[in-house]
Design a protein around this ligand. Sequence first.
Ligand SMILES: [Cu+2]
Length: 176
Amino acid sequence: MKRCLPNWLLVTLMVALLSVGWTTPAWAATAEAIITDTEDSHVVGVAELEDTEPGLAIEVSFLDGPEGTHGFHIHENDSCADGGKAAGGHYNPAGVKHGYLLEDGFENAHAGDLGNVEISSDGEGVYSALIPGLSLTNGQYSVGDLAFILHAQPDDFGQPTGNAGDRAACGVIELD
Ligand SMILES: [Cu+2]
């Protein structure tokens, strides 16, 4: 399961992969997050984010993650310290219940409730979404400088936070 590639090489490979086909209009805010394992700090994935007219485009490539289905959320702080605990709770400025943002909307899901990501036995997986109403720097729900958390378990959308268990990996959303 654990690979022996050095982190810098994985990051270089992932950035090269992600830069293919990713075009950025000059006006649009963009950001990146390097998602690392909360225990041994190895890089598990890279996220690219971009404000577009219809919404926030989120594209995450996992290349060395834990196999299985994992809850994947945006949490409220800009830190992954203390095994990811410093990221705080789910990003939930509206103070609503937990859900799946893409289906339940901002009235019935936290603004950080991105759902689940599937990671294969070779550590690979993709999370890709275009989310109207989220942005990096504007408006009511802005996620620049917050943090992604990949949980150890699936998000079952139960209350209060989806029973997704430990924080397996974390990455702060850094604005470009
Ligand atoms: Cu979470």
